[in-house]
Structure formats: C-alpha cells, structure tokens
Design a binder for this molecule. Structure first.
Ligand code: SF4
Ligand code: SF4
Length: 302
C-alpha cells in the first residue's frame, strides 16, 4: 500500500504527547484561504520553484520538455507552473531552487522511518502523528500506517478536517489514541466560502465519532481568522456544538498567522489574505472567555 508524503519531521514535541514523528501527507479535501501549507493541497507530487535561490544557470531550461521554463529580458528564470508536467527532469537543482514536493512511500517505508526513533517514543510515551495536507485524503494509506504503529506499541494521533466518507474516516479512527479535528465555521455557506466545501460531513463525522469512539481523546481546533469566523455568533454556535459532544476533551483556539505566505509563489499560487494581520491576544482571550462561560474547556494555542 502506497501513498504520497511531502515531509516527515522527527523528534517533534507538538501535536501529541512526548517525542513524536509527524508525517505530512499530501492532498487535502479543503482549500482554506488562510492555508499555511499550500504545497500540501495537491494530492500528487509537484515541482516547487524557490526563485530567490536560483542562480540562473539555465540547466532546467535546457532539459524541460514542456517549455515550462523560460528566461525574461533580464535573464531571470521564469517558471510556468501550469505548463509543468512534473516530470522531474529539472530536479534536483544544484542550487536548491527547484525540488519535487511529495514522494511515494509504502507503509513499510514509513515503518522504517518510525523505527529510527522508537526508543524515544517508548521513553516519552510519544509516537506518531499524521498531518498534512490532510490524512483523510489518503484514507487507506493513513489507516495502514496507523494500524502498523499501534501494532508496534506507539501512541497514535491525527490532525484532520474530518471531511471524509464516514466508513473511511472510521477506518482511521479505529487505530487512533488522539484526534485533533478542525471546525472552521459553523455556517455551511460561510464554510464553503472559506474552504471550498460545506461543513455538513465534518460536523456529522464529529458527532458520530463522539458516539462511537468514546475512548478516543478528542480535541477540537478552531482557527481564529479575523473578520472571517471570529464573530460572537459563530463563536457561540461553535460553543453550542462543542457542548453537545459528550467526550470532547477541550477546544483549542489557534490564532491566524502568516507562516505559509512565502510558499504560495513556490507552487504557483496566490495568497488571498494579503492585508490580514494576526488577531491580538486580548481579542482571542475574549473569545476564549466567551466559550469558557458557556461551559467549554478552552485553551489558546495547540
Ligand atoms: S537549474 Fe536551478 S539554479 Fe539553474 S536556472 Fe534552473 S532553477 Fe535556477
Ligand atoms: S518538472 Fe519537468 S516539465 Fe516541470 S519544469 Fe521541470 S523539466 Fe519542465
């Protein structure tokens, strides 16, 4: 069983207890306008171009069969992402300006990566976290990795938007100790405007998970995007939904940040929220207090 992974972070100390290996799978069913990892959205491997590292040597221009690379009048290398066939003939570039993002792994390959750090997991009660992109976009591969990790005695966690068919989602939940699941907006139309998809499947899956997986540790994450989903009405709706979940551990409010902005041109995408700043701490604390007053356990940050 194979899948596409674009990054593996070893010895991580976030997104779960202890020391962890975080596996970033490629592809996501949503396309949030604030996405911090635009290179993760597409399911297949793609060629990234870091213009600032390019020395203009022209090697990629010479080999490209698709005329995706040209030179402008000032001899700067211009890369047309739309023409690129991702054939890989121009990568790796010696300057590191051109790389293929995403690589095929088998479950066995991932297991070998995990084995490198297994001693740390056991000492720290750590393990593996599936992230992305979104693991639900490669559900069979994700379930295969998680199953193996459980057999090896590792703690398992997953970060997800939960936009998946229930049976496939369930196949992953069966091998999980901890899940971080996002709620980006409670209004289905607003959710579609912000992410490209409505939220019905997501909310239904969270409720099903609450009913059928009572022992799974569940944390709801709410990204706080100023002017987009931080209205009192949406926060109250989110709190009401969270209050209806019997086995939810807590809600985490994640303030908007701009970490991924520089990666948009690398994969030929345009960042939409060019004028947006991170929310100030006092405003986020007010949202936390508002939810806490409605009986929810809330923290700021993950
Ligand atoms: S091979 Fe690399 S350094 Fe040379 S022109 Fe292409 S991207 Fe630039
Ligand atoms: S990956 Fe292939 S098609 Fe794309 S720019 Fe490089 S050589 Fe051209």
């Amino acid at each position: 069983m194979n899948g596409i992974i674009y990054k593996i972070e070893r010895l991580a100390v976030y997104d779960g207890p202890g020391i962890r290996t975080v596996i970033f799978l490629k592809g996501c069913p949503l396309s949030c306008i604030w996405c911090a990892s635009p290179e993760s959205q597409k399911r297949t491997p793609e060629t990234g171009f870091w213009q600032d590292k390019c020395t203009g040597c022209g090697s990629c221009l010479d080999v490209c069969p698709a005329a995706a690379v040209t030179k402008d009048l000032k001899s700067n290398i211009i890369y047309d992402h739309k023409k690129c066939q991702n054939c890989g003939q121009c990568t790796p570039c010696l300057s590191g300006a051109r790389k293929t993002i995403g690589k095929k792994f088998s479950v066995g390959d991932v297991v070998r990566e995990l084995e490198k750090d297994s001693v740390f997991y056991h000492r720290s009660t750590g393990g593996i976290t599936l992230s992305g992109g979104d693991p639900v976009f490669q559900p069979i591969f994700s379930a295969g990795i998680l199953k193996k990790a459980v057999e090896m005695g590792f703690h398992t966690a997953m970060e997800t938007c939960a936009h998946a068919e229930w049976n496939l989602f369930k196949g992953m939940l069966e091998h999980l100790d901890l899940i971080y699941v996002d709620i980006k907006h409670m209004n289905r139309h607003e959710h579609k405007k912000l992410t490209g998809k409505t939220n019905g499947v997501i909310l239904e899956n969270i409720q099903q998970m609450d009913t059928h997986f009572p022992n799974l540790e569940k944390i709801v994450r709410v990204p706080i995007i100023p002017g987009k989903n931080d209205s009192k009405e949406n926060i109250d709706q989110t709190a009401k939904f969270a209050r209806g979940l019997k086995t939810l551990k807590r809600v985490e409010l994640l303030p908007y940040h701009r970490y991924g902005v520089a990666t948009y041109p690398v994969v030929g995408k345009k960042y939409q929220l060019t004028q947006m700043d991170s929310p100030n701490r006092i405003d986020v604390e007010a949202l936390m207090k508002r939810m806490t007053n409605q009986g929810i356990r809330v923290q700021i940050g993950g």
